[in-house]
Structure formats: C-alpha cells, structure tokens
Write a protein of this length. Structure first.
Length: 505
C-alpha cells in the first residue's frame, strides 16, 4: 500500500481519490476551503442556496464509474432526473426552440420551429456528430499522451476523423448540415465552453453538442454541488481521509528530487505521490516557484471569462422559462469578435439563465426563485476595471431579466466578475483555463505530470483532457493512471527515505 496525497477536493481530486483508493492505496485529500467541490461549490445566503460552478451535467456514467471504484453506485448515492427540454433557446425575434434529448420530440420540435426540410438536415447532423463522438472519445480524449506522436497510435481512426471533417471548423461544419441560423447557434454555442468562437473551434468539439443535445442533460437532487458531495461521501465511507480547511503550503522532496509529501502550515504529511488539482499556473507559482512553468501556461491563449449573477428573488418565472434558458442576441460573429479579438464586452450578448429552483425546491423559500445568470466577458487580460463594472452589470442584467419573464424583485444576490475569479486563483480571471486551440488540445495541452518532479501529478481543467464536468472527472482518472504507472515502475518507496529538501516553504 502506497500513501498518496491529493491537493483539492473538487471533481478532479475526488475522481482521482476514489480511483486510487479503489486500487488499494492509502489516500488523503486535502482541501483548503471549508467545503468540498472546488469550483462546484455551494453558497448559502439569506435562506437561498446557489451552485457556484457548473450548472449542466452530462455523462453521469462517468460519475457511476468513479463511484464503483470504491464499491458504490450512482443509483445509491445521487438521484438524478433528466431535464426535458435540456435547454430552451430564445431568440431576438421572439421565437423559441427547445432542445430535447428524446429523438422523436426533438424532430417534432424542429418541424414545428424550422420546417420539415430542417428535420432531414438535423438527422444527418445527428449521425455526423455521433460518429465524431464514437471516433474521438476512447482514442483521443480518455487517454494519457506521452508525446504528440501518440496522436498516431490509431492511424485508421485518425484518418476516419479527418475524413469526417473533425479538423475543420465547427461553425462552417454545422452550417453545411443545418440551414436554420437559430438551430446553427443552438448546436454551436458550446464552442464558448472551450474558449473559442464557433468559427475558430475545431469541428471535433461538436462532441460537446452531442453531449448537450443528444446524450442528455441531467440534474441531481440537491443541485450540482450534490455531485462532489456524493463522491466525497463514498470516498470517506470506503476508508479515504478527507480534510477541509487544510491549505497546502509546499511540497517535500527526497534526496533524489522525488515527491515525498506536502507541507500544511507547520505540519508535514508524507506521501509516495501527490496529485495537485488546482489552477496550473497558481500551482507552479505557489508550490513550484523554482521551476519554469510549461510554456503554454505563460504564453498560451486563455479562454474568455464570465460574469455570473446569483440571485434570490421573490416570485416565480412565467410560462416561457425552463431550467436552462439560452437567450441569443441578434448579432453573433460581431459579438464574438468584440470579446475575443478586441477584449470588449459583447455589444449584443447572448446569455445563459438557469433556474435551479424549478427542480430543486429546497434552493429557495416558498414563493421565491433562485437564478443563475451568466454572460460571457473578456478575461482579465482585457483593459476593463471590473470593480467599476459591477453596478453596470447589475443594472444591465436586471433590465434583461425583467424583460424576459423572470421575477426580478431581488432579496439577495452575489455578482462574480473576472476579478473575483482571479482572486480565487484562476489565471487570467477565467474558470475555463486555457482555450482549446489546436496547439492547446490533446498532447499539446500542459501535461498531467512534470518529469522534473517525479511523483507529482496534475488533474483539472488546465491539463488533459480539458474543460467541463465530464473532462475534469476524466482528468482525475488519467492522473490516477499516471500515479499507478509511477508507483509500479519505481525502484524504492519514497517514504522509506528521509526527506531531504523542501521544494517550497
């Protein structure tokens, strides 16, 4: 049995922890805050409860797989309901298109809103995007890379991916298959998840459209924070150690330069391997100050950020509102250009409004609602004073909500700006890490290990495979695989050697 320390009890850390514990290791997870979840936290305020991170859950099978590593099951730990519709698209001309994961309902919705010809086009789109998902997932997403040459590990699959147009651009690829511009937007807005406009993103990222629009969107009882809570409970019940309020202040290495543990204030916790799950740039700055970070972290392109407004309001939404609502502005490419190329606010923004209280009655008092309002904005590299912008956004978003059928009598609220994300340790003030350009994707993304510090591994959105709840859970699995390979190949246990040098602290 080896001793392993995981820094961070977010989804990535808990995913790695469950897997390593299931392999028979002694695993301790240290979390600096007072609750588990990392970005996927929970805010309690004036009788309301808010999920502070992701609001969309896809691929629950990944959670089930993780729980099974510690002898549990999703069905026992985390009741889920499929959201129907997964989204409601609301457009500037007053029209709506609901995104259903039931194929018959979706086709009927497209015929109603777009016409019978678009039904046939959408069926071809579904076949194409499903094919991309099948080609990509096990071969190029859920894998550890050694070098970029590993892209050639399955030449036949890579050739089929090229032939399917996976390395073209997402927006044009969807435009060739879908004619209605509203439906195009509904199937391509997910490019923002990877930090790019649809015209820039690779078509392989249509896999996110597959997950959102075809595979299904789910909501846990108790909100999204119930996901890390369920993983944490299963981890502890299986014998893992989880300590909150425990910031890690340094790493300990042995005389060979291998990781031997961590520092937490004045204490030491010895370990054979350490997995760090926070923002990668912050990790290098705080725990590895003597090492030059990977080049991408310093000179790479970071994703845009988001202003998020958590609202507890009096009243209930009108009949136009669903759980997830995407409000599309009239402009599209112009707004992306303003934000991504010129570092300005979108002149005609598209926004996501989630109303968790529709499916989580406990998140709001009787007769009230919880709202999560997200507007994409530039990250902190742009010349914007976010302190000055806070009141502007409250007025701007408040007027929007009032006109769109949402209750707007505010009882309690919390506005999160890019500066707040930066204060939480997110590089460039974005919780979406490095953008997924071709040069920052797959084997070109910062690796989940650093050969200069054997026994140190990484998980989370900043490393492989990338951003999003499924990808972050996978990152924990990939890190656990790295740890297992390292421990298997090591000639002597680190913990039998006297610690020699402290990397930090």
């Amino acid at each position: 049995m080896s001793k392993i320390v995981i820094v961070g009890a977010g989804l990535a850390g808990l995913s790695a922890g469950c897997r390593l514990l299931g392999q028979g290791h002694e695993v301790t997870v240290l979390e600096q805050s007072s609750q588990v979840g990392g970005v996927a936290g929970r805010l309690q305020q004036d009788g309301f409860s808010f999920d502070t991170g992701p609001t969309v859950l896809t691929m629950p099978s990944l959670i089930d797989d993780t729980l099974r590593c510690v002898g549990s099951r999703l069905a026992d730990r985390l009741p889920l309901r499929r959201l129907e519709p997964a989204y409601r698209g609301r457009f500037a001309d007053g029209s709506t298109i609901d995104v259903h994961t039931d194929p018959a309902e979706m086709l009927a919705e497209i015929e109603r809103s777009c016409g019978p010809q678009e039904v046939r086009r959408f069926q071809r789109f579904v076949s194409w995007v499903t094919r991309l998902y099948e080609l990509e997932f096990s071969t190029f997403i859920d894998v550890n890379y050694r070098t970029p040459l590993d892209l050639l590990r399955s030449p036949a699959t890579l050739a089929r991916l090229f032939a399917a147009g996976g390395f073209g651009r997402l927006g044009p690829a969807i435009g060739r298959r879908i004619a209605d511009p509203r439906l195009q937007r509904l199937m391509s807005f997910q490019a923002l998840y990877v930090g790019l406009s649809p015209s820039e993103a690779l078509a392989i990222y249509a896999v996110i459209s597959y997950l959102d629009s075809i595979s299904g969107v789910w909501f846990p009882d108790g909100g999204m924070h119930a996901v890390p809570r369920a993983l944490a409970d299963a981890f502890v019940d299986a014998g893992g150690v989880l300590a909150t309020g425990q910031p890690v202040t340094g790493l300990i290495t042995d005389s060979r330069g291998r990781v031997a543990g961590v520092r937490t204030g004045d204490d030491r916790l010895m370990a054979d391997a350490v997995v760090c799950t926070g923002d990668l740039s912050t990790t290098y700055r705080k725990l590895l100050p003597m090492l030059r970070p990977p080049r991408r972290l310093g000179s790479g392109r970071y994703a845009p950020s988001a202003v998020v407004w958590h609202l507890g309001v009096r009243g209930l939404p009108d009949e136009r509102v669903r759980h997830h609502n995407i409000h599309f502005g009239r402009s599209w490419e112009e707004s992306f250009t303003a934000m991504l190329q010129h570092g300005r606010l979108m002149p005609d923004p598209s926004r996501l409004v989630t109303v968790p209280s529709l499916d989580d009655a406990g998140s709001a008092p009787d007769g009230c609602s919880t709202l999560y309002v997200l507007e994409p904005v530039p990250n902190t590299a742009a010349d914007i004073d976010w302190q000055d912008q806070s009141d502007f956004f409250r007025d701007r978003l408040g007027a929007f909500l009032n006109s769109a059928g949402y209750p707007s009598e505010v009882i309690t609220e919390k506005l999160i700006t890019p500066q707040d994300w930066a204060n939480q340790g997110h590089s460039h003030g974005t919780p979406f890490a490095l953008a997924h350009t071709f040069g920052q994707t797959g084997p070109f993304r910062p690796a989940n290990h650093d050969h200069r510090v054997p026994g140190l591994f990484f998980a989370g959105s900043g490393t492989v495979p990338g951003v999003g709840v499924p990808m972050v859970i996978i990152s924990g699995r990939l890190a656990a695989q790295r740890v297992g390979d390292y421990l298997t190949g090591r000639t002597a246990p680190v913990r039998r050697r006297e610690p020699h040098v402290s990397v930090t602290g």
